[in-house]
Design a protein around this ligand. Structure first.
Ligand SMILES: [Zn+2]
Length: 329
């Protein structure tokens, strides 16, 4: 069994228990969830959760996508925590060495694995002797602690992505799905003739609007009627981190710009603003987390900042970073 398959049961459980309305909503729309959310191991492609409107509204996701999300989340949290520790020691640090401890090395290995999945866009077996959802190949207790935390965030984070898909079904975005398919074909055809071809903003506007609606639907489900601070905090971390994982999937800065979705960094900012409107203490944590990953993305693109210490105004620092990215893409 592949390591991620072990968590598939948790995905369904999380999806149904995050909000008490989900089961009812789901049943009224489609029937039992396990009949409709399909983790398809034979689907060898990299395939994020999508609704198949012409296939009985099934939501399908491929295993390689799940492997991607888990390995990215592991990297994100190790990187974030280690960067925070490093900044405590040296506030002007401009970067951290990811080869200095076994925990960091493991995180780096998983980052490279996640990048390989993106490059090949297919299923790649879990790297040997590296931490996994099954805790195999654990080099230290530290690593195991992170893996345990990531298992929880992964289940909640994926559930929110399924909520987004459920939103497409509930709001009936079948027309937009059809339009997107047509525009994709048009884009591919035109790009063969002219590599600089771009679709007009007004052509894609209905699709972007539908995506934003589905995002809002998912956030509403996730954060509605949830008066337990710890659960809400945990859900907020999960939804942000799974979007940071998507942000890491781009191979260049320009990739942050999306054709059929809101831009990846803007989506992250929107989530942080949404979290800010909740009754969660210490919302600065979310800005810090996003900043560390954005600085990492910038650094990979060859753009080094003097320091990534956001100081006492992380949200302000994040907004500046967003502007900087907008200028660059
Ligand atoms: Zn969508």
């Amino acid at each position: 069994m592949t390591p991620i398959r072990n968590l598939t049961g948790n995905l369904e459980k999380k999806y149904l228990e995050l909000n008490q309305d989900v089961r009812q909503l789901h049943d009224s729309l489609k029937g039992r969830m396990s009949d409709y959310i399909i983790v398809d191991p034979t689907l060898n492609e990299f395939y994020g959760p999508s609704v198949l409107f012409d296939m009985n509204k099934q939501i399908v996701v491929s295993e390689s996508y799940l492997n991607y999300i888990w390995s990215s989340l592991f990297f994100i949290f190790v990187f974030h925590e280690e960067a925070s520790l490093e900044l405590l020691k040296n506030p002007s640090a401009s970067f951290i060495d990811m080869n200095s401890t076994s925990l960091r090395k493991d995180a780096l290995k998983l980052f490279i694995y996640s990048k390989d999945i993106i490059k090949q866009r297919s299923y790649i077996p879990w790297p040997k002797n590296t931490i996994s959802p099954l805790f195999k190949g654990t080099p230290s207790n530290d690593t195991e602690d992170f893996a345990l935390k990531v298992n929880g965030l992964y289940s909640t984070g994926m559930a929110t992505l399924f909520f987004h898909e459920l939103g497409h079904i509930y709001l009936d975005h079948s027309e937009e799905a059809k339009l997107q398919k047509e525009l994709k074909e048009k884009l591919e055809k035109e790009l063969r003739k002219n590599p600089d071809f771009k679709l007009a903003p007004e052509e894609v506007a209905p699709i972007i609007a539908a995506e934003t609606e589905a995002d809002n639907f998912a956030f509403d489900l996730l954060f509605r009627i949830n008066d337990n601070d710890d659960i809400q905090l945990n859900n907020a971390i999960a939804v942000l981190s799974v979007h940071l994982a998507m942000l890491l999937s781009t191979s260049s800065l320009k990739g942050l710009k999306q054709i059929f979705h809101p831009n990846l960094h803007e989506r992250v900012l929107r989530i942080i603003q949404r979290i800010d409107s909740l009754n969660i203490k210490e919302t600065g944590y979310f800005s810090h987390l996003a900043i560390h990953i954005l600085v990492f993305v910038l650094s990979n693109a060859g753009i080094k900042l003097d320091s990534y210490d956001a100081g006492s105004d992380p949200y302000g620092y994040l907004l500046n970073l967003m502007d900087k990215i907008d200028d660059l893409i």
